[in-house]
Design a protein around this ligand. Structure first.
Ligand code: SPV
Ligand code: MN
Length: 601
């Protein structure tokens, strides 16, 4: 299938494992043509060009911007059909979706069989983490989607040269993707045959009949599983975390934080707080470094962010980025005359246009009979981080950056204080493992539904939760300079109104930063250390020019013992089902409960 030029590009890597994988993929998927890509600009331009020519992307009026649509039924990650392949008779955890390996492989390979007929197969090389780094993991992506390949050239570091350094070894990740048969809109036809199957031992993922990047782009949420498995069997961590620098005014220092937040809990907006710098917004690798700190890198180099409520007031940094000249892909928005529209953009949306349902008209119903949103709630933009004004200069540092604090961000209206610091490292592991996010109530007066999401990593957990928590506990024992562990909740409410403004998170960030350096005292409570009123009053004044009253403080930082005991009960229930939890963790869980009970009486 390969012409001389393509064969040479492949053979220059000097790696028989890669050649074997490419041969097997060709035999299975039966493409019409095969192209091997390098890191060159010429190759990247080719991907961009064909992506527009074949209709997977359409140009928008703004130069460099294109729009891509995923199938109506492929607008988010398919959790149900994303499974870990597990050898017969093995059990992992109640938290993990698994299927029997032999059977699962047979199924997914049968769906991939002939999936590229009449299409072009792309063989691409990327690097997870900075190149030339202890963190780097070379990754091979084979796909028939130019949109997937294009997204990856924006989101991930080039890896063709990095693969040469493998010297023939098989220590790389491998992703085989096919969008499958396409309809007249270039969308996956056979959504019922959408499968994302993860072979942990083989460091490979097979994904078929999908296009939404969370399902299709190998290096993002598919690689996070392979890396999490690898990390938890070695001596490092792979976390669903942003990495950012916090810059307190007048103190002439930067303190790096990582932050894990479930969807819709304020993750990207925290990493984008004005005045701070961003390294990554989604996935981090963490390693113990020889300076006694844990160092973190961004696995990616771009952002695949939700484009909702992105407007000049609430999200000025992103708004500017998505409305100015650059290479950008936007997906599942509403397009009218080459201009994209999204929910919460600060303007009324047109009543007609083209969107994820096809030709859109206000009040229309989709193929499932549900009303169609003008733009999807999970519409996305894809951009490079280094083009942002707030990109951190160390974003590509092969040594990563030393981390001063971990932030776990939950979401509830009535339980957790806006910010707290854990009592100790092991208590912090408990705090991270018990993150909950509350979905907005469907009906007025109905309580929100709380989803438990340990370390915001639940969807990607591929090792037993006991092992995962043990590795977190052990990280603390290996470090001379321990990061402090914090928890945030931006969503407390009173009488159905938020108690905090969107930008108050800047104050919590500055308080956490100050705590890392011993600048502030704190009050010990059963759930952790909370700020003192005086410090917050000063910080609100300095950072936001806002008067922060004692009444604000009392409402926000009251320890809601009854609600916290309810949460403790929920946590007991979920963790009781898990085998082999570390004793230290169980002890933290019991002790927090006891402290709360004593406080109550
Ligand atoms: C998330 O849902 O955590 C995301 C988007 O970052 S996706 O790539 O779909 O996972
Ligand atoms: Mn994510």
């Amino acid at each position: 299938m390969l012409d001389e030029k393509n064969r040479k590009i492949l053979e220059d890597l000097g790696n028989e494992h890669i050649i074997k994988k490419v041969e097997e993929a060709i035999e299975l998927c039966k493409p019409e043509k095969v192209t091997i890509l390098t890191d060159s600009q010429e190759d990247i331009d080719y991907i961009r060009k064909i992506s527009k020519e074949n209709g997977e992307e359409k140009p928008l009026t703004m130069k460099g911007h294109t729009v891509h649509f995923d199938s109506y039924y492929d607008q988010a990650r398919d959790k149900e059909n994303t499974k870990v392949l597990l050898p017969k008779g093995k059990y992992m955890s109640d938290f993990i979706n698994t299927t029997e390996k032999e059977q699962g492989l047979k199924e997914v390979l049968s769906f991939l069989d002939g999936s590229m007929k009449g299409k072009e197969m792309l063989v691409c090389f990327f690097c997870l983490g900075p190149c030339n780094s202890k963190f780097a993991i070379p990754s091979l992506q084979i796909t028939d989607s130019f949109y997937v390949a294009h997204s990856e050239t924006i989101l991930f570091r080039p890896g063709y040269e990095e693969f040469k350094k493998l010297n023939g070894s098989d220590k790389f990740f491998y992703f085989l993707h096919s969008a499958g048969e396409l309809d007249e809109r270039n969308n996956t036809k056979n959504i019922d045959k959408r499968r994302i199957y993860i072979d942990l031992e083989g460091s490979r993922v097979f994904t078929v009949n999908n296009q939404y990047a969370g399902n299709s782009v190998g290096l993002k949420k598919l690689a996070i599983r392979l890396a999490l498995y690898k990390a938890n069997h070695e001596d490092w961590l792979c976390e669903h975390m942003f990495v950012m620098g916090v810059h307190p005014e007048g103190k002439n220092r930067v303190t790096y934080f990582t932050g894990a937040f479930p969807s819709a809990c304020g993750k990207t907006s925290t990493a984008m707080v004005p005045g701070q710098t961003i390294i990554g917004d989604d996935i981090a690798y963490l390693r113990v470094w020889n300076d006694g700190y844990v160092h973190a890198v961004n696995v990616e180099q771009g952002i695949f962010g939700i484009i909702q409520d992105v407007n000049p007031e609430d999200d000025p940094v992103i708004y500017k980025a998505v409305t100015t000249l650059r290479e950008l892909i936007v997906s599942n928005v509403l397009v009218v005359d080459g201009k994209p529209h999204w929910l919460g953009m600060g303007q009324d949306l047109p009543k007609e246009g083209y969107n994820y349902a096809g030709d859109y008209k206000e009040e229309m119903k989709g193929p499932d009979g549900e009303s169609v949103s003008p733009a999807n709630k999970n519409a996305r933009y894809t951009i490079r981080i280094k083009e942002l004004d707030n990109a951190d200069p160390d974003a590509d540092n092969p040594d990563g950056v030393p981390i001063g604090g971990f932030i776990y961000g939950g979401r509830d209206s009535d339980t957790s204080v806006p910010v707290l610091e854990s009592l100790s490292w092991s208590h912090g592991v408990y705090v991270g493992a018990t993150v909950e996010s509350e979905t907005t109530a469907a009906a007025i007066g109905q309580a929100g539904i709380r989803k438990h999401n340990p370390m915001a990593n639940l969807d990607f957990l591929v090792v037993p939760v006991g092992l995962y928590l043990k590795n977190h506990l052990e990280l603390g024992k290996k470090l001379k300079n321990l990061p402090k562990i914090f928890h945030t909740n931006y969503f407390l409410k009173e009488n159905d109104k938020y108690l905090n403004a969107i930008l108050d998170k800047k104050v919590w960030l500055l308080w956490m930063e100050g705590r890392v350096h011993g600048d502030y005292e704190a009050i010990e409570t059963p759930i952790g250390f909370i700020p003192k009123y005086e410090d917050l009053r000063k910080l609100f004044k300095e950072a936001l020019n806002k008067e922060y009253t004692e009444d604000d403080y009392k409402k926000q930082f009251t320890i809601r013992v009854k609600k916290l005991l309810e949460k403790a009960e929920r946590m007991k229930e979920v963790f009781e089902k898990e085998k082999d939890l570390p004793e230290e963790f169980v002890k933290e869980m019991e002790e927090e409960r006891k402290r709360l009970e004593t406080y109550e009486s």
